[in-house]
Design a protein around this ligand. Structure first.
Ligand code: HEM
Length: 299
């Protein structure tokens, strides 16, 4: 060994030994805390640590004032900004139990569309309290979901007040209707087909709320549709959640698909995914934005 290095080592060792024993435990605690916390909040020891899965559920927990308890979220939790800063446990539909357990949650609150279901069985078996929330398909169901989350968190009054605010926003919206138009919502694309929202989806519910007839209403759930199918649907308005754009080759890629390019020029509306599909506390804003975007979209 280089003599100067060995000299340095010899000098360093006694220094560590000189640290008083009574400092070692507090020092260890500080080091472990700094290493483990990441961007998780300093959840109070007396309050349950929450992992929230599904953007609308996350948004609701934060809107109820319980954001400090949230130690991790899924990647569809894109609002509010404080939620975006939390550690991530993957996308709601492709979860793994290990990543969630690593966050040491006391409770996991998850949308019904989250999965696979086996993950929640594993979490429950590991002693984590699991609450699943139905995916809202109407303002009434959105308010029921908010009330359920509020009850689980022991904040029923905050839930009632959030629901009152939501109701006021919805009441303030004038009715809109686009009887001449035929809308579709495109969730993604693969192998020359587009994933289009049919009946019983959040996307379909949103089209109904703004009075835009869903050209794909006869399809059950989300279904892949090829060029021939698109020509049958003849959409005049194509709505896209923004997370889906890259897989579609951007708006230009979508606009120039043979089936859509051949139609009477369709209009395109791109909207923030969680606002469009979440049907959570911002439902009033979502309906207002979608209606305005449909009314003003360019051909
Ligand atoms: C900001 C990101 C995202 C948000 C807020 C979001 C939100 C949602 C919501 C709320 C639904 C359920 C809609 C319903 O109940 O009708 C959904 C469905 C879906 N999402 Fe996402 N998502 C996001 C990202 C992604 C990504 C990155 C992918 C693809 C890798 C994806 C693929 C899908 C698919 C395929 C469905 C429909 C599945 C089915 O029921 O057949 N999402 N998304």
């Amino acid at each position: 060994m280089n003599p100067s290095v060995s000299l340095l080592l010899r000098h360093r060792r006694p220094r560590l030994h000189r640290l008083p024993d009574r400092w070692m435990l507090p020092l260890l605690v500080v080091v472990l805390c700094v290493a483990g916390l990441g961007q998780a909040p300093q959840a109070s020891a007396s309050e349950p640590r929450l992992v929230t899965i599904g953007g609308a559920v996350t948004e609701t927990v934060f809107a109820l004032g319980a954001g400090d308890q949230v130690v991790a979220v899924d990647t569809s939790s894109t609002y509010p900004e404080a939620a975006v800063q939390r550690p991530k446990v993957g996308y709601a539909r492709t979860l793994a139990a290990e990543g969630i357990l690593a966050m040491r949650p006391d409770r996991v609150l998850a949308s019904a569309h989250a999965g696979p279901d086996a993950v929640f069985t594993q979490l429950a078996a590991a002693g984590v309290a699991v609450t699943r929330l139905d995916d809202p398909r109407s303002p009434e169901q959105a308010q029921r979901m908010i009330a359920q989350v509020a009850d689980v968190l022991g904040r029923p009054e905050a839930g009632a007040s959030l629901n009152r605010r939501l109701q006021q926003q919805l009441d303030g919206l004038g009715p809109t209707t686009f009887p001449e138009e035929r809308g579709i919502v495109v969730m993604g694309g693969q192998g020359g087909q587009l994933l289009v929202a049919g009946q019983s989806t959040a996307a379909d519910a949103m089209l109904q709320l703004v009075g835009l007839p869903n050209a794909a209403a006869a399809l059950p759930g989300y279904r892949p549709v090829g060029d021939e199918g698109l020509l049958t649907l003849r959409p005049t308005v194509v709505v896209v959640p923004d997370h889906a754009l890259p897989a579609l080759g951007g708006l230009d890629g979508l606009r120039h698909r043979p089936a859509l390019a051949g139609l009477t020029p369709a209009r395109f509306v791109v909207m923030e995914s969680l606002l469009l599909l979440g049907m959570g506390p911002r439902l009033g804003e979502a309906v207002q934005n979608l209606a305005a975007a449909v009314a003003t979209a360019q051909r």
